[in-house]
Design a protein around this ligand. Structure first.
Ligand code: BG6
Length: 516
C-alpha cells in the first residue's frame, strides 16, 4: 500500500455515489465492504455515501436496509444499539434518482455539496455504477451535465463487468466513457483481482528464490486453472443466456488469472508497470483459427442431474432461459502464449456451472526429472505440483517426492500445505473491500485497464466467431459431473490430466503434515 495515497485519502476524505443502491451487489458486497473498512479504520470520518436508485426510500429506511445487509453479509457483527453503528450509519443518505432524468443530477449536486460540507470532504468524488452496463455511458454524460464533475477534488468512476459483449461494443462503450472521464479516472472492476490469493500470485512468484528461476518452459509442463461453481444460473437466466461462460468468466476472470501467472516481473511495483506486463501476455495469446478453436476449445451445457442427492434441472429448463438455448455453461480451453518464456507450455483453463465443487485453483505441473537419473529409472515418479488455492481454501500446496520412512528407498509423494484460511483468527478481507479501498486511494493495480479489456476481447472474439460459424459442438454434461468428456480428452491428447482440486490432492499423497 502506498502510504502517501492512504494519507491523502485519510486527510481529504471522499464522497461515494452508489448507483444501484437497492440492488444485489450493493446489498451483498458494497455495504458490507464499507462497514469492514470502517471497522478496520481504513475509512476516514470524512466520508459520506449517497445511495441512488429509482425506488423511493427515506434515509431511515435506507439505513435499515444497510443494517440488514451488514447483518447478513458482513465479516463484522453489529446491532442497532451499538454506538459505533450509529456513527457509521450517519454517513449514509439516500436519494431517489431516475438515471435518465437530467434535472435529478442537479438536485444530486446539491445533496453532494451538503454532505461534503457536513463531513468536511474536500470535493473528492467516487461514482460507483452498480448498474446495467447499457446505462454507463448516459450516466457518465449526465454526471458531467449535472455539474457533478466540477468539485475541487478528484473524480473517479468505478464500473462492473461486463465491459461490452465483444470488442466492437466494448470500444463503443469505452469511447462514451472516455468522452467524460480520463482513463486514469476509470476503475474497471474484475473482482477476481481483489481476491487475496490472486494478489498473492505475484508475491509468491517474485519474492521466492525457488520459484522464479523455474518459472518457464524449461521446467513447467503445464498450468491448469479451474474456476468451478456448484450453482446454476439462479435468477440470472436472462443475463446469462446472452452471455455464457466464455463472456461471463473467461474473457475477464480467467484471462486475468492467466496474466498473473504468466507476466514478466515488472520493472517497478507501480500500477502501470504491472498492467503493462499483463497486457504483453494478452497480446501474446495465440489467436485461434476456426479449426484451432474446434481442436482446442470445449463448450458444454448442463443437462439434468443430481447434486448431493438433490435432482437439478437442465440449463434449458431454468427460468428466463430459451428452451432451445445453445449458450455454454461450461468452457475449457488450451491457451497458448507465444513468447520466449512460455512457448510450448499449455495453459489449460476450465470453468462451469453445476460442477461438483465450488473452487478456484491454479495448478502448476513441473516437468519430471530426466530419465537418466537413477531414481527416475527405478520408480514412476509423480511430477511436482505447486497449487495456488484461491477459494474456498486459501493457501499454497506443494507436492514433492520423498523417501517413505522405514522403506528400502521407496519413493512417495508428500505434501507441504500452507493453509492460510485455516489459521485461527485470520479474517481475510473480501475482494470488494480491497477494491473499494484501492479505488478510493487511487490505487489502480487491481483494476483492468482499457488495453487489457481490448486484447482479452480480441482473443475471445475469435472463439465466439468460430462458434457462430457452427464450429465446436455444444457438449452436454450432467449437472453434478465434472463437465464434458471432451475437456478430459483435451489434456489426454497432450499426455496430461486435470489434477484433483479443492483439497482432494491429499487423497493422492501418502503423507501430508498437519496444516499450518
Ligand atoms: C461473476 C459471474 O463475475 O463471478 C458469475 O458473473 C459467477 O456468474 C461469479 O458466479 C463467481 O464469483 P466468485 O467470487 O463467487 O467465484
Amino acid at each position: 500500500m502506498s502510504d502517501k495515497r492512504h494519507e491523502a485519502f485519510y486527510q481529504e476524505g471522499a464522497l461515494f455515489f452508489i448507483f444501484g443502491a437497492t440492488g444485489d451487489l450493493a446489498r451483498r458486497k458494497l455495504f458490507p465492504a464499507f462497514y469492514s473498512l470502517y471497522r478496520e479504520g481504513k475509512l476516514p470520518e470524512k466520508f459520506a455515501v449517497v445511495g441512488l436508485a429509482r425506488r423511493p426510500r427515506t434515509n431511515e429506511q435506507f439505513r435499515e436496509d444497510l443494517l440488514a445487509s451488514i447483518h447478513e453479509f458482513a465479516r463484522y457483527r453489529t446491532n442497532q444499539d451499538d454506538e459505533q453503528w450509529a456513527r457509521f450509519a450517519a454517513h449514509f443518505e439516500y436519494m431517489s434518482l431516475n438515471t435518465n432524468d437530467t434535472s435529478g443530477y442537479r438536485e444530486l449536486e446539491h445533496v453532494a455539496q451538503k454532505l461534503e460540507s457536513k463531513f468536511g470532504i474536500a470535493g473528492n468524488r467516487l461514482f460507483y455504477l452498480a448498474l446495467a452496463p447499457d446505462l454507463f455511458g448516459s450516466v457518465a454524460r449526465n454526471l458531467q451535465e449535472g455539474g457533478l464533475l466540477e468539485s475541487a477534488g478528484w473524480h473517479r468512476l468505478v464500473i462492473e463487468k461486463p465491459f461490452g459483449f465483444d470488442l466492437a461494443s466494448a470500444e463503443k462503450l469505452n469511447e462514451e466513457l472516455c468522452s467524460v472521464f480520463k482513463e486514469n479516472e476509470i476503475f474497471r472492476i474484475d473482482h477476481y483481482l481483489g481476491k487475496e490469493m490472486v494478489q498473492n500470485i505475484e508475491v509468491i512468484r517474485f519474492a521466492n528464490a525457488f520459484f522464479e528461476p523455474l518459472w518457464n518452459n524449461k521446467y513447467i509442463a503445464n498450468v491448469q486453472i479451474t474456476l468451478s461453481e456448484t450453482v446454476g444460473v439462479e435468477e440470472r437466466g436472462g443475463y446469462y443466456d446472452h452471455s455464457g461462460a466464455l463472456r461471463d468468466m473467461a474473457q475477464n476472470h480467467m484471462l486475468q488469472m492467466v496474466t498473473m501467472m504468466a507476466m514478466e516481473p515488472p520493472s517497478r511495483l507501480a500500477p502501470e508497470d504491472i498492467r503493462d506486463e499483463k497486457v504483453k501476455v494478452l497480446r501474446s495469446l495465440r489467436a485461434y483459427s476456426p479449426d484451432e478453436v474446434e481442436a482446442n476449445v470445449v463448450r458444454g451445457q448442463y443437462t439434468e442431474g443430481e447434486m448431493k442427492g438433490e435432482p437439478k434441472k437442465a440449463y434449458r429448463a431454468e427460468d428466463s432461459v430459451n428452451p432451445a438455448s445453445s449458450t455454454e455453461t461450461y468452457f475449457a480451453a488450451k491457451v497458448l502464449i507465444d513468447n520466449f518464456r512460455w512457448s510450448g507450455v499449455p495453459f489449460y483453463i476450465r470453468t462451469g456451472k453445476r460442477l461438483p465443487v465450488k473452487t478456484t485453483e491454479v495448478v502448476v505441473e513441473f516437468k519430471t526429472i530426466p530419465d537418466n537419473v537413477y531414481l527416475a529409472q527405478k520408480h514412476t515418479l509423480q511430477p511436482n505440483l505447486l497449487v495456488f488455492r484461491v477459494n474456498p481454501l486459501e493457501g499454497i500446496y506443494i507436492k514433492i517426492n520423498a523417501k517413505q520412512p522405514g522403506s528400502a528407498g521407496m519413493i512417495i509423494p508428500v505434501a507441504m500445505d500452507f493453509c492460510q484460511s485455516c489459521q485461527v483468527g485470520l479474517n481475510t478481507p473480501e475482494a470488494y473491500e480491497r477494491l473499494l479501498h484501492d479505488a478510493a486511494r487511487g490505487e489502480s493495480t487491481y483494476f483492468t485497464r482499457w488495453d487489457e479489456v481490448k486484447f482479452a476481447w480480441r482473443y475471445v472474439d475469435k472463439i465466439a466467431e468460430a462458434w457462430k460459424q457452427g464450429r465446436s459442438e455444444l457438449q452436454p454434461y450432467a449437472a453434478g459431473s465434472w463437465g464434458p468428456d471432451a475437456a478430459r480428452e483435451l489434456l489426454e491428447r497432450d499426455g496430461f490430466h486435470w489434477w484433483p482440486v479443492n483439497g482432494q490432492e491429499e487423497s493422492e499423497v501418502i503423507w501430508a503434515p498437519v496444516r499450518a
